[in-house]
Design a protein around this ligand. Structure first.
Ligand SMILES: [Zn+2]
Length: 233
């Protein structure tokens, strides 16, 4: 079951305030349409009732897909600085629902669920696309780090995000760069499959990097870029 609440949001263009229903629990287990809508970016999109501008409140929700073993706490891009606190929050919420604090039946369901924390719609969408492609998300982040390190200079703004988009010809990994919370890609990058295969094979020399990327539910190269902040969420 998915749960919604009514929120007042201000239009970024004309400041008009209006009430919209936003999800705080999304269960895609039996609702493939919810998952599809996140992937095609149509989910939770509104138009300003005064000026018609596009409105999309940032996610503050838990996403569940039992069939695909995904449980994801999705927060807004502006929460990224507090990723460490949200990892703790995710563990607490998950434990109450499917972990030690849950009834036995729920614990059985939870045993196979992969717990993740993401920031922003593009990051949530990316986790669904990685699963759909049958890839390991830790290895995908690994590839991103390698692509990132190969850059001679940062091509974009400080808040640029590299997100997995899908598989290309011969199994190449296609990525797009986004800036901050914007959902308009600014540049495409493709990584050879061999790079991903190398990451999956987990060479000894990269062990530390893999451990860092998979040290908690926030499996994202931003673990390396955004300093851990002790501030409470
Ligand atoms: Zn407006």
């Amino acid at each position: 079951m998915s749960l919604f609440e009514t929120q007042e949001i201000a239009c970024p263009s004309c400041q008009h305030a209006q009430q919209v229903d936003v999800a705080f629990t999304l269960n895609a287990s039996r609702r493939a349409d919810l998952r599809d809508a996140i992937i095609d970016r149509s989910y939770q999109r509104f138009a300003c009732e005064q000026c018609g501008a596009a409105l999309r409140p940032e996610p503050h929700l838990t996403y569940l897909d039992i069939r695909r073993n995904q449980w994801i706490l999705a927060k807004s891009v502006s929460d990224l600085a507090h990723w460490s606190a949200f990892e703790t929050a995710a563990r607490v919420i998950f434990d109450e629902s499917y972990g030690d604090g849950a009834p036995a039946a729920a614990q059985a369901t939870g045993a196979d669920l992969q717990v993740r924390v993401v920031f922003g719609w593009s990051a949530l969408r990316e986790k669904l696309l990685i699963e759909a492609a049958g890839l390991d998300d830790v290895a995908v982040e690994y590839v991103k780090v390698l692509l990132f390190r190969a850059l001679e200079q940062m091509p974009l703004a400080d808040d640029a995000e590299l997100r997995f988009e899908g598989l290309g010809d011969e199994g190449t990994l296609r990525f797009l760069w986004y800036v901050g919370a914007s959902e308009t890609p600014v540049e495409a990058v493709e990584a050879p499959r061999a790079l991903y295969d190398l990451a999956v094979n987990d060479p000894e020399a990269w062990r530390t990097l893999r451990e860092t990327l998979s040290a908690g539910p926030f499996v994202d190269m931003n673990r390396l870029l955004v300093p851990e902040e002790a501030a409470a969420a």
